[in-house]
Ligand binder design. Structure first.
Ligand code: PLP
Length: 223
């Protein structure tokens, strides 16, 4: 078990002032660490892999709100739809259609964020503006989807001004769509910022940050 309680409490204080929601990113972390953070009061947790999320969801308290933040494959959607709280990483019409289809089967309406590509690395997933507009058009007929906003990841760089520009771009897009497109009048969430850049993200208008290593320590990828 490993959590950094001091970091957790100080980040929580910081975010409360700004009215920003904290997602504790628990990928590759042990059940006992998640439980320990839950016992400190944390309720929103984020996972990247379907198999891992399904396995962890089972033994942990049902009060946890599970956020799916990783790349989601269409054939795995059905495993998380019965219980997922918010999907941050919708990046294609095909995926959105499948989420809608599985949501109908479970008689749920699923809250979704559209993942926008803002970094200048082609390793990160996400929509460009044109694909985003097409997806918004396609979403109009999907009654079991509720679009809640946008998610983005900044470039992995030490250059803070570059990350800041990327977050500004995403915030502008978010504001424009919220104003101009009726499908976006349910937008309330701008998910941007991780351990290394969450302060910048909040300054640029983030309403939800996804923080892992500052809360749990470094992830052990060899486990
Ligand atoms: C892993 C991950 C995070 C958290 O990263 P940290 O640097 O540990 O805070 C946030 N968002 C996404 C999409 C991730 O995959």
């Amino acid at each position: 078990m490993s959590i950094n309680t001091d970091n957790y409490l100080s980040i929580k204080e910081e975010l409360k002032k700004e009215n920003v929601t904290l997602i504790a990113v628990s990928k590759m972390q042990e059940i006992s660490s998640i439980q320990a953070l839950y016992d400190k009061g944390q309720r929103d947790f984020g996972e990247n892999y379907v198999n891992e999320l399904v396995a962890k969801h089972e033994p942990l308290p049902p009060e946890i709100r599970w956020h799916f933040i990783g790349h989601l494959q269409t054939n795995k959607v059905k495993y998380i739809i019965p219980f997922v709280h918010l999907i941050h990483s919708v990046d294609s019409v095909k995926l959105l259609n499948e989420i809608n289809k599985q949501a109908i089967k479970c008689d749920r309406v699923i809250d979704c964020l559209l993942q926008v590509h803002i970094a200048d690395e082609n390793t990160k997933f996400g929509l460009n503006e044109k694909a985003l507009e097409e997806l918004l058009d396609a979403s109009k007929s999907l009654m079991n989807i509720r679009l809640r906003g946008l998610m983005g990841m900044g470039t992995n760089t030490e250059d803070e001004s570059k990350i800041r520009e990327e977050f500004k771009t995403l915030k502008h897009l978010y504001s424009r769509l919220s104003k101009e497109r009726p499908e976006c009048n349910t937008f309330r969430i701008l998910s941007m910022g991780m351990s290394s850049d969450y302060k910048t993200a909040i300054e640029e208008g983030s309403t939800m940050v996804r923080i892992g290593s500052l809360l749990f320590g470094a992830r052990n990828y060899n486990k």
